[in-house]
Write a protein that binds this ligand. Structure first.
Ligand code: LMR
Length: 394
């Protein structure tokens, strides 16, 4: 049987992680996978996470199974964090999932059960695992224009034009904030335009929100998600705690399916529980419990928010530093977009050949589509990167 297997396409982000590890140069710079790094290049455990883990260790008396949906307190806390009080709680079915990817997978599984013929519209570009899982599940997808290669901002007109071709019941996968890989984001008035277009076409939104708190702040980064949720009867949301709680390896995420009537929620919930059971039974609990502990304890929550704010400001500072240095070196404003982008990533908008040149000549690792992880930089590496960008003719 095993000889029937074919080699699977490598994920370009994970392949890059492996290549970086193998590079012996001690001057190498990792701007690949989306993991936050502090000024010394470490990915620390956040203070509130450490404290919540201490409390759990002391107070937890059992590791017995929880429930198929995970701890309901986690769902409540995450719904509060992402949606605030946008809609009544009883319209929302939710399950804990293994990370944001688990949530996306469950959302796509639900689409496969409920709307197998729908086309899922993806931004061009998007996180590579979106089309990969869609293809793996045999679902249909199309792309809409998103990134303007000239301005390195959003191609809003192109996006609306392409979404004009949607059929009723089609699904639009949107990045709630901090677009991955580009770093270019819609303004709130532009979100209104996208909402209008989806309503005209009776399309359904599916939001992937994995970087809440990394852009402009916790509430600001949830604003588009809340606006969309308020405007539609049916919304799917995949949320991740990997980045904003820094608990990448704990695999902590949430999938929410929002319906029009509270009366339908038990059936939707039962389907979400079924999907969890089929795919992995009970979702991971440790990270979810840490998150719940933090969000429900005013002191821990305040400390977490403060540390997240430091992280966010650190990334904004690096963006500005890089844009300023490139302004100085090129005597132009060509790279000012770096300071306007938000979140962990910015796409430089250059060719894979030039990205390869950065790696070969300077040991700078970014994804071949020229996505770089801004949080992988520090005050020492910013000038090195800026000089390399200029030397590579970008
Ligand atoms: C990324 O885009 O780098 C992260 O979301 C990590 C991953 O799993 O790809």
């Amino acid at each position: 049987m095993l000889h029937n297997l074919k080699a699977q396409p490598a994920d370009k982000i994970l392949a890059l992680m492996a290549a970086y590890r193998e590079d012996p140069r001690d001057t190498k710079v990792d701007l690949g996978v989306g993991v936050y790094k502090d000024a010394s290049g470490n990915t620390p455990v956040m203070r509130a996470v450490k404290e919540a883990e201490k409390r759990l260790q002391k107070e937890q008396t059992t590791k017995a199974y929880v429930g198929l949906a995970g701890d309901p307190a986690f769902s409540d806390a995450m719904i509060g964090l992402i949606l605030g009080d946008t809609i009544p709680r009883d319209r929302i079915a939710a399950v804990a999932t293994p990370g944001g990817t688990g949530a996306i997978r469950q959302a796509l599984e639900l689409i496969k059960m409920a709307a197998p013929e729908a086309t899922i519209w993806l931004s061009d570009p998007t996180w590579p695992n979106h089309p990969s899982i869609i293809k793996y599940l045999g679902l249909k997808s199309k792309t809409y224009r998103y990134f303007d290669k000239e301005t390195r901002g959003v191609d809003y007109v192109g996006m609306l034009t392409d979404l004009g071709a949607m059929l009723p019941g089609d699904i639009v996968l949107l990045h709630g904030c901090c677009h991955n890989p580009t770093g270019a984001n819609l303004t709130l008035p532009q979100w209104d335009g996208v909402i209008k277009r989806m309503q005209e076409k009776t399309a359904m939104p599916f939001i992937d929100i994995a970087y809440q708190g990394f852009g402009d702040g916790l509430a600001e980064d949830a604003a588009a998600t809340r606006k969309i949720t308020a405007a539609f009867d049916t919304v799917l949301i995949a949320g991740s705690c990997s980045k904003n709680f820094g608990i990448y390896r704990e695999r902590t995420g949430i999938f929410m399916a929002i319906g029009k009537d509270a009366a339908d929620t038990p059936l939707v919930q039962q389907n979400l529980n079924f999907l969890n059971r089929q795919n992995y039974s009970f979702p991971p609990d440790h990270g979810a419990r840490v998150v719940t502990t933090i969000l429900n304890d005013p002191d821990l929550r305040a400390d977490w928010e403060a540390e997240l704010e430091e992280t966010r400001n650190g990334m904004l500072g690096l963006r500005k530093m890089l844009a300023d240095e490139l302004r100085r070196l090129t005597n132009s404003d060509r790279f000012d977009f770096l300071a306007d982008h938000r979140g962990m990533f910015s796409q430089l908008g250059t060719t894979p050949e030039r990205v390869e040149k950065l790696r070969a000549d300077h040991g700078i690792y970014m994804v071949s589509d020229s996505r770089m992880n801004i949080a992988g930089l520090n005050a020492k590496t910013v000038p090195i990167l800026a000089a390399a960008i200029v030397a590579a003719g970008i």
